[in-house]
Design a binder for this molecule. Structure first.
Ligand code: HEM
Ligand code: HEM
Length: 175
């Protein structure tokens, strides 16, 4: 029998799914968008939102410990889960920061976000070379993260449908 302490807290579950939806949505948007100004503003706004939510999420994580992994997991599963989760937190910070750095070093700066807020640039100056470098690494970090997402979802589905061990339910809303 699983008890309430076996699952993630409501806040952790809300932030997990909100950030997952915004991240996947922004990847799809970025890879399909023409550089139309409005779409690009939406791209940067969602990205900054992911950054802010991730800071809140890390604060939440540090004050609301995660439930222990099931006792039945093999050592390699524990290590893979741990490494994937830490890599996600790094990616969720690095991707928006690199995008913001690319925008900040570009000719026009970060500009207006969320439909009307003049956003500030990271204080690293304007530079074409840096703009291109940050843009490239921003995009590379996204491809790396797509692989992480695939691994993470494969793991979640394996536990849910093959092992049927309740790992997945820990991150689902419910009683
Ligand atoms: C969830 C966060 C984000 C994701 C998943 C993401 C994803 C991407 C992807 C996949 C591209 C490549 C698009 C292409 O060239 O085909 C891209 C480009 C870009 N993104 Fe983001 N992005 C995020 C956050 C941000 C943020 C916060 C900013 C700025 C405030 C930003 C600014 C840019 C810029 C300037 C480019 C163009 C880079 C270039 O010229 O090569 N991104 N983004
Ligand atoms: C695509 C963006 C996603 C990101 C960035 C993400 C990130 C994370 C992170 C960082 C954790 C670890 C939480 C912690 O202990 O600190 C986690 C846990 C979890 N995620 Fe995701 N996730 C994503 C999508 C998904 C999807 C689509 C599923 C389901 C198919 C899923 C299922 C789970 C489950 C079941 C856990 C709990 C793992 C455990 O029991 O320890 N996630 N996720």
């Amino acid at each position: 029998m699983r008890t309430a302490t076996d699952r993630y807290s409501g806040g952790a579950i809300l932030l997990h799914w909100l950030i997952a939806a915004l991240l996947i949505g922004n990847i799809v948007l970025a890879l399909s968008m023409e550089r139309a100004p409005t779409l690009f503003m939406i791209h940067k706004s969602i990205g900054i939102l992911v950054l802010l939510l991730t800071l809140i999420r890390i604060g939440w994580r540090l004050t609301h410990p995660a439930p222990a992994l099931s006792a039945g997991l093999a050592a390699w599963e524990r290590v893979t889960a741990r490494v994937t989760h830490v890599a996600f937190y790094i990616a969720l910070l690095a991707i928006p920061l690199l995008g913001w750095a690319a925008a900040s070093t570009g000719r026009r700066g970060t500009g207006v976000l969320f439909g009307g807020i003049q956003w500030f640039d990271l204080p690293i100056g304007r530079s074409r070379a840096l703009h291109e470098l940050f843009g490239e690494v921003h995009e590379l970090a996204v491809y790396f993260t797509i692989a992480l997402i695939a691994l993470h979802i494969a793991g979640a589905l394996k536990h849910h449908f093959i092992d049927r061990d309740g790992e997945m339910r820990r991150m689902l809303p419910g009683r």
